[in-house]
Design a protein around this ligand. Structure first.
Ligand SMILES: C[S@@+](CC[C@H](N)C(=O)[O-])C[C@H]1O[C@@H](n2cnc3c(N)ncnc32)[C@H](O)[C@@H]1O
Length: 295
């Protein structure tokens, strides 16, 4: 991103959060679904984006002519299902290990705070832009959503001093934390990504865990005309929004802090869930990192 502007749920990078919610809504209709997000479709319905964002297979069919050829080719929902499930499993394992403090960086319309079973006493901090979180809260209230954790919204830009905002909201840096950065890093410059990971390291007690959707080569994504075309339909210029500058992977950075790291290719993770990403255009680009801060 080239400017420090604010955005809402239908503009700039905000609309990518809506698109991800639409993909999760579609996932819920699959017989072999990997996640079920009961609120995803309601977000799309409430936002009324100008670009069509199908949330049911019927809508995909209806929009086939003008839109879904791209949607289908991208197989976005296939990938999002895998990605969502992988990070759901990450949190299940963290809860199992006794971690009760969670921070979701760039939470967007992620509803894990509401749809996952959390241990008693768990607190889930969600950081994103103010208007995105405001929209999310309104829809969740309309839906009567309840959570088994205590969700705490931190409305701030992640390029600003979010550390202070988090601490002011009650974050305990002496307790182990489970962190997530899903669908975030491409929207940060290399320098902002580095600062973000340094802040995570600074705030993490021993035993903390971090999961990241990492990318091997973002420039490959930007060379994909269909991806860029899809962005245009959403009113965004992917080449302006995404940073393809040279950077160290998140695994390299946190590995350098002494964390243990496990990196898995998205295709391999998908196979483990019985799903193929063979025709996914970002093939070989997406990977998932799970890291832990040891003693
Ligand atoms: C593709 S969406 C992913 C949302 C969510 N993590 C998910 O997977 O459903 C990208 C999100 O990153 C947020 N985001 C991007 N840059 C940000 C920044 N500098 N500060 C706060 N949020 C940011 C956007 O507002 C948006 O919600």
């Amino acid at each position: 991103m080239t400017t420090d502007q604010q955005w809402d749920i239908v503009t700039s990078v905000g609309i990518t959060a809506l698109a991800v919610a639409a993909a999760r809504a579609l996932e819920a209709h699959r017989e072999d679904r990997l996640v079920h997000d009961p609120y995803a479709a309601a977000f799309v319905e409430a936002a009324r984006p100008e670009a069509p964002m199908p949330t049911t297979p019927q809508e995909v069919d209806e929009l086939a002519e003008q839109y879904s050829s791209i949607w289908n080719q991208l197989e976005m929902d296939q990938y999002m299902g895998v990605r969502s499930r992988y990070f759901d499993d990450f949190f299940a394992a963290a809860s199992e290990a006794g971690i009760e403090q969670v921070v979701i960086l760039a939470s967007g319309l992620d509803t894990r705070a509401y749809r996952l079973a959390w241990p008693a006493g768990a607190v889930v901090y969600e950081i994103d832009q103010p208007k995105v979180l405001e929209f999310k809260q309104t829809v969740l209230e309309e839906q009567g959503a309840t959570a088994s954790c205590e969700p705490r919204a931190i409305p701030i830009d992640l390029r600003e001093d979010w550390q202070s905002a988090l601490l002011e909201a009650g974050f305990d840096s002496s307790a182990p934390t489970a962190w997530l950065a899903e669908g975030l890093l491409p929207y940060l410059s290399a320098a902002a990504q580095q600062r973000l990971l340094e802040t995570v390291e600074r705030l993490s007690a021993t035993g903390s865990r971090l999961a990241v959707e990492d990318f091997s080569d973002l420039s490959k994504m930007l060379q994909d005309e269909e991806m860029v075309e899809l962005g245009k339909q959403w009113g965004i210029d992917m080449r302006d929004l995404l940073h393809a500058d040279d950077r160290r992977s998140a695994a390299e950075v946190v590995g350098g802090f002494g964390w243990t790291t496990e990196v898995r290719e998205a295709e391999e993770v998908a196979e483990g869930y019985g799903r193929s990403l063979d025709s996914f255009p970002m093939k070989g680009v997406g990977r998932f990192l799970a890291a832990e801060k040891g003693i």
